[in-house]
Design a protein around this ligand. Structure first.
Ligand SMILES: C[S@@+](CC[C@H](N)C(=O)[O-])C[C@H]1O[C@@H](n2cnc3c(N)ncnc32)[C@H](O)[C@@H]1O
Length: 285
């Protein structure tokens, strides 16, 4: 099977217009966080964030298949001693745009360094917001099952007979919450908290995420031959992982230097590449 990796240089807001309607299975991305890493690739002021993002999410909505999923990795920063609310405002604005806010996953950065702040502790997690166009979407839950290990046996030992079935009766599903059902099984479904180290092999970008982050979501929300889009490509982690997993992918990056590094790497692997068609513009504060 030939895997296609298309990358574009420019502003997602414009480039996305070239992507056909309802053509993408999964959008997985980490946009610039408000006002962060300003010296590296620009930053958007927290109060301008929603206004900046909405034209992009509008295009993402158009390009995503009805059964597709959009996963947005984001975390609000602290400004003047208070958490910004732009992520919450963004969720509300995206709902107005037609998106369903289906789920929130937490990426627990299990190896974050210790630190000392006067009024808070070190940030050690990020949000992965899941949006969909409709309630029924493609999800391959069996692909991300985890080994049960000994937890079921340990927990069961400490539960009374009533406790073993109580959740089940409330839930009425006849299976899901009855802990004893899992005793004979090797694998269980994971939770919505991902415990992953931040380390990654990618030294070409200051904000690259670890490969196992996109990998987990690509497994969960797509299958071989599907198309994955990352409109804030950076060093291309999503695209390279997609390529390894036999998924087609599209990446968009505004900084020429990052784009060129990804392009060179893709050329080495001799996959199909599309040249940029429009000029990029810089982000205004
Ligand atoms: C958080 S980084 C993504 C890092 C990426 N996930 C990786 O693993 O390397 C966000 C990227 O979005 C790019 N960017 C910012 N504004 C953009 C825009 N309007 N269109 C396309 N790319 C943009 C930045 O240059 C930066 O490389």
């Amino acid at each position: 099977m030939e895997v296609k990796t298309e990358i574009y240089l420019g502003d997602s807001k414009e480039i996305l217009k070239q992507i056909p309607d309802n053509s993408v299975n999964l959008i997985f991305t980490s946009p610039p966080y408000a006002d962060q890493r300003k010296s590296t690739y620009g930053g958007i002021k927290p109060h301008k964030y929603v206004e900046w993002f909405l034209p992009i999410s509008k295009e993402l909505f158009r390009t995503l298949k009805p059964s597709g999923t959009f996963v947005l990795n984001i975390k609000e920063k602290v400004v003047n001693g208070e958490r910004s609310t732009y992520v919450m405002e963004l969720i509300l604005a995206m709902r107005d745009q037609g998106w369903l806010w289906t789920e929130e996953f937490i990426w627990h950065k299990k190896n974050s360094f210790p630190g000392k702040w006067s009024n808070r502790f070190r940030d050690s997690w990020e949000r992965l917001l899941q949006f969909n166009k409709q309630k029924k979407f493609d999800m391959y839950q069996e692909e991300v099952m985890v080994p049960v290990g000994d937890w079921a046996k340990t927990r069961l030992k400490n539960l009374s007979e009533t406790d073993k079935i109580r959740d089940n009766a409330k839930n009425g599903s006849g299976f899901g919450k009855n802990v004893s059902n899992w005793l004979t099984r090797d694998k269980a479904y994971p939770t919505n908290v991902l415990h992953l180290a931040t380390e990654c092999n990618n030294k070409n970008h200051s904000a690259a995420f670890p490969e196992n982050l996109p990998e987990w979501f690509i497994k969960l929300f797509s299958k071989n031959g599907d198309t994955i889009l990352d409109p804030f490509m950076g060093s291309g982690t999503t695209n390279f992982v997609a390529q390894k997993m036999n998924r087609n992918s599209i990446g968009i990056e505004i900084v020429p230097e990052y784009y060129r590094v990804v392009k060179a790497k893709i050329e080495k692997t001799k996959y199909v590449l599309f040249e940029p068609k429009v000029k990029y513009e810089t982000i205004e504060d």
